[in-house]
Design a protein around this ligand. Sequence first.
Ligand code: MLC
Ligand code: AMP
Length: 486
Amino acid sequence: MSDLFPRLTGADSRAALFVGDESWTYAELAGAALEHVVLLEQTGVHRGDRVAVWAQPDLSTAAAMIGNAVAGVATVPLDPKLGLGELSHIFRDSEPKLAFCAERHEVPHEMAGVPSARAAYSSESASLPPLQVDDTPALVLYTSGTTGPPKGVVLTRRNIAANLEALAEAWEWTDRDTVVHALPLIHAHGLVLGLLGSLRVGGALHYVPRFTPESIGEALVDPRHEQTVLFAVPTMFHRIAEAAEQDSGLCEALRQPRLLVSGSAGLSSREHERIQTLAGRGVHERYGLTETLINCGVPASHAPMPGYVGPPLPGVELKLVDDQRQEIDAHDDQTIGEVVIRSAAVFAGYLNRDDATAAVLDDDGWFHTGDLATRTKEGAIRILGRRSTDLIKTGGYRVGAGEIEACLLEHPSVREVAVVGIPDDDLGQRIAAFVVLRPGQSEDPASLTSFVAEHLSPHKRPRDIRFSTELPRNAMGKVQKKLLGG
Ligand code: MLC
Ligand code: AMP
């Protein structure tokens, strides 16, 4: 398909989006997106510019993102819970011409130098012009590295189309499917797969604005849907399983979807088994990164494979390499190597960060993920961990230890700090900060947590703050995070 969203081109009255109690057909979404294009023209935004969109749970948010694509503008999605420090970094780095916020929501933060626009789009029916699948940047997704502030991952229309095509094949994903999810509309999972994926296959998205197991259960049995597919992170599956143990209605709801899909972090075998027991059916896992989109997945035609993320998707080349970046040709499910990926979905680079791009993307187009894995003789991949203890996955969010350390070091009482991810049944990893205070200072943990909350998103707040008199260091003076549980 050379058109990114064919169903928006020949837009019809099939349902496209359900957000809370409201819904739009394809024709209504196309009409609203064209209204956004007019707003862009009126505010002097041009093809090739970037426009930030506050990712509020609102139909107009989706219209703005699709309208941006029509105008040849890359969307920079903004988490409404962003801290001020993060937002000013994103604005400085991506220089958006405009920050759009759906009218029914307050603009979370205004910022000098970036004009703000609010609108609520109506739903006049229309069709969009075809959106050519080419190398036009479509999204800039900010994601954490081990150190420094988040980097902007530039994804093109071709990246997105290639990955969604591969997923549609693996999951037999068609226009009969309504995806149900409650993920934030700022990352690969909720935005690229959940929203753009549903629109590309011509199916629908039922977006649940605030995750609770009950609200997911209700969406799964909504009679307006022919068949559903659930997308969720492991923390959500964990909480759904906890709730379903006390709620037979929720167990019944979990039996309805055509597929239950987990990703963004590893789903433990224990949770796989719990869902299997409660729902009488298992969870299909898939594995990806913001920079590569989804690389591996258990196909819909195959039974779920607890512990494995399946084989590479169609069109994805995957190698395991050693510390010297030499290929390891092992298919024994024992030999561990770093996963490297080459595919049409691999990103165009980090915005303004050629150095960081060169560090992960080699001259032959292989992206070095930092994830460690084994491979079976059938080619199924088992993810075992990450090279760096400084990348933490908490609730499916990727968080750099360095970013939280840098924030805490700004606190006047803090002399030294080391942040690690500690295993957690609910979140996968829980953020813990080991803090050495300046002589004579005393602080309670809550004041340091609030300090982080002033600057960074809520999910980056440490759950544990532990005070000590010194941090364990090796002979070179480097903090030994392994000794701190990281
Ligand atoms: C958090 N809270 C704290 C705190 N940390 N309060 C005090 N001290 C702290 N240290 C607050 C939160 O702000 C929230 O407040 C409340 O405590 C509960 O927090 P929580 O336990 O974290 O739960 P919740 O907010 O419900 O979030 C859980 C979740 C969320 C699963 C819904 O983590 C989530 O949406 N995860 C999805 C992440 C995602 O989309 N990743 C995809 C990346 S793309 P309040 O006031 O808000 O209730 C990718 C590629 C791929 O990875 O492969 O998919
Ligand atoms: P992000 O850039 O936020 O998309 O995070 C990407 C990281 O999430 C990967 O590098 C993996 O470490 C992790 N990840 C995603 N999916 C899985 C999975 N199914 N199993 C284990 N880890 C995963």
